[in-house]
Design a protein around this ligand. Structure first.
Ligand SMILES: Nc1ncnc2c1ncn2[C@@H]1O[C@H](COP(=O)(O)OP(=O)(O)OP(=O)(O)O)[C@@H](O)[C@H]1O
Length: 251
């Protein structure tokens, strides 16, 4: 079955343009993320990384070109955004957990409301995910009582509870204290090892990119300047601006 799926695009940008008013935020974006791939998106602040990743599940709308996610064209009025968001989860910098719900409820809510998953099964899946992130003992606590790293692992578990085909990560470790970063990256690494999971990750964690990414994409000024296999990108980036960016960020 996997063979059938490999080589298929999960996310496809074709000649995409995005404006915020007069500001041209995405310029002629062409990008293909295949099923099972892990792609890391890097670039300077304001280069359009968040805009690109947010457009994949319709949090931003594009003005021109085609964006096809899991076989559905986002520009087609018949496309059901809720269906795309069911298949493509998103993890944010600031976790966005429901403050007034317990950890367990945070994980169980969407599968109950959207997938109508049986309650016992829903709890089993949620507890299994909490076990994976070593947070079973926090199940009945509220998010604000947990550390940032714990909250982010719960946010990722919450996305996984929907059994998505793809996960989008928008700087998932940028808001964390340094000592919390590794636990979150470790969980992300494990998820990436699932060969059927597609991941598109905006991050400044170059170690993660080197270890986990199949490809690295470098953006600047709303454009993709380089899209290379990871080894090639780090050993001999062809774009001068990517070289400069790496020399500033990699120590
Ligand atoms: N809602 C908005 N309205 C107007 N301009 C916006 C909006 N969101 C983003 N922008 C602008 O679009 C450009 C790209 O922003 P974006 O957040 O996508 O960049 P980024 O590469 O993710 O940056 P960072 O690494 O700082 O998060 C920036 O110049 C930003 O100011």
């Amino acid at each position: 079955m996997l063979e059938e799926e490999s080589g298929m695009s999960m996310i496809e940008f074709k000649d995409v343009e995005k404006y915020y008013g007069d500001f041209h935020a995405l310029k002629d974006i062409n990008l293909d993320v295949e099923t099972g791939e892990t792609v890391v998106l890097i670039g300077p602040s304001g280069s359009g990384k968040s805009t690109l990743i947010r457009s994949v599940n319709g949090l931003e709308t594009i003005q021109k070109g085609q964006l096809i996610v899991n076989g559905q064209d986002l520009a087609d009025p018949k496309t059901n955004l809720n269906r795309i968001r069911k298949d493509v989860g998103m993890v944010f910098q600031h976790f966005n957990l429901y403050a007034n719900k317990t950890v367990l409820e945070n994980i169980m809510l969407a599968p109950r409301l959207v997938l109508h998953r049986d309650e016992a099964e829903n709890k089993k899946v949620a507890m299994g995910l909490l076990e994976r992130v070593n947070l079973v003992d926090q199940a009945n606590k509220y998010p604000s009582t947990l550390s940032g790293g714990q909250q982010q692992r719960i946010a990722i578990a919450r996305s996984l509870a929907m059994k998505p085909k793809a996960l989008l990560f928008d700087e998932p470790t940028s808001a964390l204290d340094p000592e919390m970063v590794n636990d979150v990256l470790k969980f992300m690494r494990e998820i990436a090892q699932d060969s059927s999971m597609t991941m598109l990750v905006v991050t400044h964690e170059m170690g993660f990119a080197k270890q986990v990414a199949d490809r690295v994409i470098f953006m600047a000024d709303g454009q993709i300047l380089e899209d290379s296999p990871t080894k090639e990108f780090f050993e001999q980036p062809s774009e001068p601006r990517a070289r400069k960016f790496l020399s500033q960020i990699v120590h």
